[in-house]
Design a protein around this ligand. Structure first.
Ligand SMILES: Cc1cc2nc3c(=O)[nH]c(=O)nc-3n(C[C@H](O)[C@H](O)[C@H](O)COP(=O)(O)OP(=O)(O)OC[C@H]3O[C@@H](n4cnc5c(N)ncnc54)[C@H](O)[C@@H]3O)c2cc1C
Length: 522
């Protein structure tokens, strides 16, 4: 993973000239003043941890699994939000952990937590490092130091119960590896977020992730049937039946806990049979409200495709749903729907036919397979574009929310309005990518020319958008989580009593407050 950007550096993209001129002419983007620094130039602060603490950690996980070299520390600094990348590109590694610790078992995780609680060392659980909400930058005040607890060595398919269709995994397994291991048994998780290539299963559970095929396979939290969690107070083993009436479901407390309550050391996940056929196609609607009405009908009355997304007019015109063709402006193109069907061929044909009748009955025009296939080909490409845009002097960032269908138009207008008022004349694009019977998520992509201080510029816009989301009745996050960036808005969303409950749980499980300080808990 590129330390200050996204993905495999060999896959870096050049911006097409069409995009460059769009940035210049439409947004007034000018080249940034300072080019990105090289990894070898970045100097994290001196290691604050006492040698005796490092020795105690080595005694738990083995000397080779405690790393305090500059590169390991820099690679575990922050996540992958645009402000994270802007700071890293400028060589700011001030939030680097003092050490990276890689435990090899649940017992070793418990041992690391014991040592850290004893010496008041903050612990940041670290999966794929793709958090976009400031989930990985611990507050150091009052602590003897910070360690990143990287779960990368807990990366096995532990067992497979093919009869129950349940697989047990280590949390450090990256999504493509998990898919490869399941494919050997003709199985899949069906979880394909845009961060698929680098994010881990533990991170998906800890941040309540949702993938691009959520209409068919569900959100990640729907897939978790059980988990083991190491906390400073001991072990929690949760989930012994598919459904239970035995009191409140404590799995729900751990899902979305973002490393603040414990470290997930094992996950038992529902798996599905790999589809024999995948068919993706495009539809055109004249307007976003018309497209949204069609998605709502499918979500409420069926049949539901496996993938279902709708781009608004601006996103369709720019071609963001098809990164390979981005910049070739398609004015008057209306709004693109991508509908994907996965399953056995008969099921795919039947669902497609019924969904097509609904879509065309509500004003849609079928564009055939090409737009669907272009989306499927480019589905992991957009994050690479972000690096190229940053290098050009543009800020590009995303934010997301969800709301009930009746409130969705107001939510859409409120967020767009807030971003535009805050940034002047940015490009604001939006799509619906996760639908439910009762509502849907809205995912915004914003592009703007960088001001002198692009981080302050984005923070101002983000504050305005967050306030607009809350005022319009949306949730501060549908799938990115809370981290540090959304903590204040989350406090408003759940109210003081809700915040007290979270603080109470935190105090019980983590009395020294060492786990991911500053994240999640208001
Ligand atoms: C380009 C890009 C595209 C993205 N697309 C999507 C998308 O389509 N859908 C989506 O849902 N999200 C998306 N995200 C957000 C991100 O990928 C998810 O939040 C993902 O769940 C994080 O997984 P990770 O393994 O990288 O976790 P990390 O970023 O390492 O950690 C995330 C949080 O979980 C905690 N954590 C990690 N592992 C554990 C563990 N084992 N136990 C306890 N706590 C733990 C961390 O402390 C942190 O607070 C995207 C991010 C990027 C950069």
């Amino acid at each position: 993973m590129l330390w200050s950007g996204w993905g495999d550096p060999a896959e870096a993209v050049e911006l097409p000239e069409a995009v460059r001129s769009l940035l210049r002419d439409l947004l007034g983007v000018r080249a940034p003043r300072t080019p990105a620094v090289g990894l070898e130039e970045v100097r994290p602060p001196a290691v604050a941890l006492a040698p005796s603490v490092l020795d105690a950690l080595r005694a738990v996980v083995g000397a080779g699994h405690v790393r305090s070299d500059d590169e390991s520390r820099v690679r575990h600094t922050r996540g992958k939000s645009t402000p994270d990348l802007i700071r890293l590109r400028a060589g700011d590694a001030s939030l680097a952990p003092d050490a990276v610790v890689l435990p090899g078992s649940h017992e070793e995780v418990l041992g690391v937590l014991r040592v850290c609680a004893e010496h008041r060392v903050a612990v940041v659980p670290f999966g794929g490092g793709t958090s976009v909400v400031g989930g990985l930058s611990a507050e150091r005040d009052g602590f003897a130091g910070v360690v990143a607890l990287d779960v990368g060595r807990l990366d096995r398919l532990v067992s497979l119960d093919a009869e129950s269709m349940v697989a047990e995994f280590g949390p450090g397994l990256r999504a493509p590896v998990a898919e490869r291991l399941l494919a050997e048994h003709g199985l899949t998780l069906g979880h394909f977020p845009q961060s698929f290539e680098y994010a881990t299963l533990g991170g998906f559970a800890a941040a309540r992730s949702s993938g691009q095929a959520s209409a068919g396979y569900g959100r990640f939290d729907d897939m978790v049937v059980g988990m083991t969690v190491a906390t400073p107070r001991g072990t929690l083993d949760l989930g012994r039946a598919p459904r239970s009436a035995a009191g409140p479901d404590l799995r729900q407390v751990m899902l979305g806990s973002e490393g603040a309550f414990g470290v997930i050391t094992s996950l038992r996940l529902r798996v599905r049979r790999s589809p024999a056929e995948r068919h993706y196609e495009g539809w055109r609607f004249a307007s976003f409200p018309e497209g949204a009405a069609a998605l709502r009908r499918l979500a409420q009355d069926g049949p539901l495709p496996t993938v279902l997304r709708l781009s608004d007019e601006t996103e369709t015109m720019i071609g963001l749903a098809k990164p390979g063709e981005i910049g070739e402006l398609a004015a008057g193109a209306g709004c693109l729907v991508v509908a994907g069907y996965e399953g056995d061929p008969l099921e795919v044909a039947e669902t497609r036919e019924r969904a097509a009748a609904v879509l065309s009955g509500l004003g849609g025009t079928c564009l055939g397979v090409e737009p669907g296939q272009a989306w499927a080909r480019g589905r992991y490409a957009a994050p690479y574009l972000r690096d190229a845009l940053l290098a050009e002097g543009a800020t590009v960032e995303t934010l997301e929310t969800a709301g009930f269908w009746s409130g969705l138009p107001g939510l859409y207008d409120a967020v767009r309005g807030a971003l535009t008022a805050s940034l002047g004349s940015p490009l604001v694009m939006c799509h619906i990518s996760h639908v439910y019977g009762t509502g849907a998520s809205l995912y915004f992509t914003v592009v703007t020319a960088q001001e002198e201080d692009p981080v302050a510029q984005w923070e101002r816009a983000k504050r305005a958008a967050s306030a607009a989301i809350l005022a319009a009745g949306g949730t501060i996050s549908h799938h990115h989580g809370v981290g540090r960036d959304h903590r204040e808005a989350y406090a408003v969303e759940i109210g003081e009593l809700g915040a007290e409950i979270l603080r109470g749980i935190k105090e019980r499980l983590d009395p020294e407050g060492i786990l991911n300080p500053g994240a999640l808990i208001p």
